[in-house]
Design a protein around this ligand. Structure first.
Ligand code: HEM
Ligand code: CU
Length: 546
């Protein structure tokens, strides 16, 4: 006989949140049938759905990048119409941020945070399902906007007015894009509330905050960034929407509006957003490096403080995106200083990671390779970031390919490498099967070389003055752009091989122990204590943590 239990938390509604009665083995079964899976409120099922959405979107957003790189592979090509080129640039950025990186990190967070803290689910399982499902209409709005008259948003993923106002971007695609951003923002905000309540209230007895795994800390700080930043973005794009639809003048100079105000509001979210895209990645990297060095993480307390510092300073630096927008020299000095300051906590993390692997018994698994790749590429992205923090330098390279190279080192070399590391590390736990390490090694090297071949040369062409978001360019930039476009093919090959590797692994029977990497003797962790894949509700009896 099987009893369907809506949510174990509901049964305990009136009891203090931190008190868990011992329960006998819950007679629950894994969901079967597609409707049960889709309707599930199990954090693990929802986590998987986030990951699947992110993987699918990665191929869509990645194919946009391919089209862009094809157009830019030689100087005066006309493969794409200029209008379509602008739409693809805009939608590539939007998709990669809102539908790849953020959902993928949310996927790992949903799957792992409750397990890591010894809980049976997120605090609000139905809200959690809502956070995922609201992304689907958001994606539909964005992707179908290519089909409307005039096409998708072509004003850049930053959608700066006046360019994004009706006069210059009349297409309904911009309105659809704004509504899509609203829904994606709603998803982030409700998700963040869920993470905060879960982490603060649902830790198993004995798991105090300073015993919590770093991935959970990273998610807690991340959720705070989302909660403070995202509503500001939603407000800003709503004001663009009313300027477009109802003739308000928030950002119209003619109506005493101020386009620079938009930039302040936009970057108040979007600078922290770059940390939203890397903080959970930091968490993943900490776990992978420690596990495959067979050590404890070095400087746990310092890592927690560094995450907190990044979470605060991250909100104080947005103006570094506006050095050329006409803000005063004093204010530029402030933003320049604060931006360099954030290198300090970041440095604390880098040195702690290095100290973690120092003297460790290192196993070069695929996950470990991606984690080491993460460190090296993220450091390059960080250093070019410190360059950009200098006003005179930024004024020279603003809106050139140097900036494009910088943020791809952070996003592709940082966030995406961390996602690969996490995938290799946790796939066995989620599926009960190991991904092929042989293929994994090939994928790593293809991606690592592909990434560097694509983006390293773009620093140079940027320093020489090649502007970003342009459709054709001067012939002297051609060789470097050709090289960069070749690099894309390697990354594409890595992506296809990764997809193949997943299907190949899922075809095999389950063969994976609770602790496939043999790390539980070094680092006690609830994740490696429970079955692979974990049973519904994770723990028949809420564990005590010591
Ligand atoms: C597959 C390899 C990739 C290639 C070849 C590629 C290429 C490009 C190009 C050519 C641009 C236009 C630059 C510009 O705006 O001036 C761009 C923009 C952008 N890319 Fe990528 N990209 C790739 C992967 C990624 C990934 C994985 C992410 C996210 C993690 C990402 C995030 C962005 C963002 C946010 C923009 C900014 C768009 C804008 O400023 O309007 N890209 N990319
Ligand atoms: Cu920034």
């Amino acid at each position: 006989m099987s009893v369907t239990i809506d949510s174990p938390q509901q049964n305990e509604e009136r009891k203090p949140t931190r008190h868990f009665p011992d329960e006998p083995q819950l007679p629950v079964t894994r969901p079967t049938g597609i409707l049960n899976v889709l309707g599930s409120t199990d954090h693990k099922v929802i986590g998987m759905m986030y990951l699947i959405l992110a993987l699918a979107s990665a191929f869509i957003g990645g194919s946009f990048a391919g089209a862009i790189r094809a157009q830019l592979s030689a100087a005066n090509l006309e493969l794409l119409k200029p209008e379509l080129f602008n739409q693809l640039i805009t939608m590539h950025g939007s998709v990669m941020i809102f539908f790849v990186i953020i959902p993928a990190l949310a996927g790992f967070g949903n799957y792992l945070v409750p397990i890591m803290i010894g809980a049976r689910d997120m605090a609000f399982p139905r809200l959690n399902a809502f956070s995922f499902w609201v992304l689907i209409p958001a994606a539909v709005l964005m992707f179908t906007s290519f089909a409307v008259d005039g096409g998708a948003n072509a004003a850049g993923w930053t959608a700066y007015p006046p360019l994004s106002l009706k006069e210059y971007s009349g297409t309904a695609g911009v309105d659809m894009w704004i509504l899509g951003v609203h829904l994606a923002g709603l998803s982030s905000i409700t998700g963040a509330i869920n993470f905060i309540v879960t982490i603060l209230n649902m830790r198993a007895p004995g798991m105090n905050m300073m015993k919590m795994p770093l991935f959970c800390w990273a998610w807690l700080v991340n959720a705070w960034l989302i909660l403070v930043g995202t509503p500001v973005l939603s407000g800003a794009v709503t004001m663009v929407l009313t300027d477009r639809a109802f003739g308000t003048g928030f950002f119209k100079p003619g109506l005493e509006g101020d386009p620079v105000l938009y930039q302040h509001l936009f970057w108040f979210y979007s600078h922290p957003a770059v940390y939203i895209m890397v903080l959970p990645g930091f968490g993943i990297i900490s776990h992978v490096l420690a596990s495959f060095s067979r050590k404890q993480i070095f400087g746990y307390t310092g890592m927690v403080w560094a995450l907190g510092a990044i979470g605060i300073i991250g909100f104080l630096v947005w103006g570094h995106h506006m050095f050329t927008a006409g803000i005063s020299p004093e204010i530029r000095l402030y933003f320049s200083f604060m931006t360099m300051l954030i290198a300090l906590p970041t440095g604390v993390k880098i040195w702690s990671w290095l100290a973690t692997i120092w003297g460790g018994t290192i196993r070069f698994t695929t996950a470990m390779k991606f984690a080491l790749g993460f460190i090296s590429l993220f450091v390059i992205g960080g250093i070019s970031g410190v360059f950009l923090a200098n006003v005179p330098f930024d004024v020279q390279v603003h809106d050139t390919y140097f900036v494009v190279a910088h943020f791809h080192y952070v996003l592709v070399g940082g966030a995406t490498m961390a996602l690969f590391a996490g995938s290799y590390f946790w796939f066995p736990k989620m599926s009960g099967r190991m991904l092929s390490e042989k293929l994994g090694t090939a994928i790593f090297w293809l991606f690592f070389f592909g990434m560097n071949i694509t983006f390293l040369p773009l620093h140079l062409v940027g320093l020489q003055g090649m502007a970003r978001r342009i459709w054709q360019y001067r012939p002297e930039f051609e060789t470097i752009n050709m090289i960069s476009s070749m690099g894309y093919l390697l990354m594409l090959a890595a992506g296809m091989l990764f997809l193949y590797s997943i299907f190949e692994a899922l075809r095999r029977p389950r063969d994976c122990s609770n602790d496939p990497w043999n790390i539980n003797d070094i680092q006690k962790s609830l994740v490696w204590d429970i079955e692979s894949p974990p049973p519904p509700y994770n723990f028949a009896k809420i564990p005590e943590v010591h």
